[in-house]
Write a protein that binds this ligand. Structure first.
Ligand code: UN1
Length: 494
């Protein structure tokens, strides 16, 4: 019998009203990790009601007191880091080294958001009238719906939930059905840290049956989503219709630019890490490498060598360097893209097939894949693949490389390997992405800087960093007139 997990609503662990469940499978070997409620609109409605009730007291709890719970949760996560990372590797596949990083990012976010409890600065400003005071303060919006992806099953929910909570909102959280157990751990940890009942509610389920009712529920005032462009666009459309605030973090088509004066050894190692880390399933993953024609063959050869040397296997095995793709459906999508690339004239230099030798046959493993002779207009150079596939494109100059980088529908992360400081600054200015790295790959954003992208990657919001409260607060302007007279602004003083 596999373990039966539940929803967490109003401080109680409960099954879906319908009693339906879905199974959580380990992508490395098909092991059944437990059953989870396959929730629907009725469970979402219960969770939203609990969140609305809890918000009345939570909003009035002093922010530094709310923050103390986050400081405690940071310490609890740190104490259980290894167990949490193992659970994450089991359910979504990436190697333990990386899930440890994922959990660390949650710890970092806990302390960063907790610090806001004693900041959350407003703005005071002089009034234009005598004996009148003016200031503006951040206020919580209400109930926040959080919907996240499976590739960072711990860190990304914390980017949303911790700032929302410290600001005085309550939350209904629907984790991805590919990584539901990490949602359970987060709810348990917050409860142990002292979060009152109903402040965080957890509803498991699928996008159409649980995510969509959460977005549509009139009691949810803000929606924060990380996931695909197709789903994000549908959510944005629904939120526009309902007049809700929505913060979207969606796809990427991130590129690493390599100029002819770069350290090619460093660049190749960074490309392999950015392209094949998390099995290429990061929104920040490098899926394009745009190389100066003088060093193109050299860089491609080095990256192909790195790709061929990567050891595939169960992410819990310390020898493993790349885990499985999250499920067979995603693997088939990735493989279809390789076929599309080949059909468009790209050369499959290495990989391009499922890995099935020995124990790998039980999981959804795909060989690290390098496509060369990719041209900017090809679909494999324009569309997000979300797997261990990287395409090499040629450039004639830094301007040419920047222009190729910018000509995609996405703008999350980019990077340039270059020796010349002038060209480094030119790239920092002209690369049209929310994050730019110099002599570093495209992954590894730190929590205390804003995270997000331009163009199709998002809708202008930035998560974490000093921007973390923007999605989850409104500004309230306060005027106090202590003149004892009727003072008419714009009139009496002009
Ligand atoms: C994601 O892929 O959704 O910058 C998040 C990075 C990580 C976060 C990735 N810190 O690669």
């Amino acid at each position: 019998m596999s373990q039966a997990f539940q929803n967490f609503i109003g401080g109680r662990w409960v099954s879906a009203r319908s009693g339906r469940t879905f199974a959580n499978l380990n992508p490395a070997n098909g092991e059944d990790l437990g059953s989870f409620p396959d929730s629907d609109a009725s469970d979402v409605a219960d969770a939203v009601a609990a969140a609305a009730t809890a918000q009345r007291a939570w909003r009035l709890t002093p922010a530094p007191k709310r923050a103390e719970i986050l400081f405690r949760v940071g310490a609890l996560i740190a104490a259980r880091k290894e167990d949490l990372a193992r659970a994450a590797t089991r359910e979504m596949g990436k190697i333990l080294l990386e899930t440890l990083g994922d959990v660390q990012e949650g710890i970092d976010m806990a302390y960063l958001a907790a610090g806001e409890g004693r900041r959350m600065y407003g703005v005071t400003t002089p009034s234009e009238m005598p004996d009148k005071w003016a200031m503006s303060v951040r206020v919580p919006i209400g109930v926040v719906g959080v919907i996240t992806a499976w590739n960072f099953p711990f860190a990304v929910p914390t980017w949303k939930i911790f700032p929302a909570l410290v600001a005085g909102n309550t939350v209904v959280f629907k984790p991805s059905e590919e990584s539901p157990e990490m949602g359970v751990h987060l709810a348990r940890l917050l409860t142990e840290a002292g979060l009152p009942a109903g402040v965080l509610n957890l509803v498991h389920g699928k996008g159409p049956s649980a995510g969509a009712p959460l977005v549509a529920h009139p009691g949810v005032h803000v929606v924060s989503f990380t996931g695909s462009n197709a789903v994000g666009t549908a959510i944005a459309t629904e939120c526009a219709r309902l007049g809700k605030r929505v913060s979207l973090e969606m796809g990427g088509k991130n590129a690493i630019l390599v100029m002819e004066d770069a350290d090619l050894d460093l660049a190749s190692r960074a490309i392999a890490w950015s392209a094949f880390g998390t099995t290429g399933q990061r929104c920040t993953a490098a899926s394009r490498v745009i190389v100066h024609e003088k060093v193109y063959d050299d860089v491609a050869r080095r990256v192909i060598e790195h790709a061929r040397a990567l050891r595939l296997g169960d992410g819990l095995d310390p020898a493993t360097e790349m885990g499985p793709i999250v499920n067979v459906r995603q693997l088939e999508k990735v493989h279809a893209y390789v076929g599309i690339g080949a059909g468009e004239g790209a050369n499959v230099a290495t990989g391009g097939e499922r890995a099935t030798e020995g124990a790998l046959a039980r999981g959804s493993f795909y060989r690290p894949t390098v496509l060369t002779d990719v041209r900017p207009e090809m679909r494999v150079a324009q569309e997000e693949i979300f797997g261990p596939v990287v395409g090499f494109l040629r450039a004639k100059s830094v301007e040419d490389a920047i222009e190729i980088n910018n000509r995609t529908p996405y703008g999350l992360s980019s990077s340039i390997f270059v020796g010349d400081v002038h060209r480094a600054f030119q790239a920092m200015r002209d690369l049209d992405t929310g994050i730019v790295y110099v002599n570093h790959g495209t992954t590894g954003a730190e929590t205390h800087l804003p995270f997000g992208g331009t163009r199709g990657t998002g809708n202008g919001h930035r998560e974490a960093g000093h921007t973390m409260l923007d999605a989850f607060t409104e500004w309230k302007s306060l005027y106090v007139d202590f003149s004892g007279r009727l003072q008419r602004a714009q009139i009496d003083n002009n």
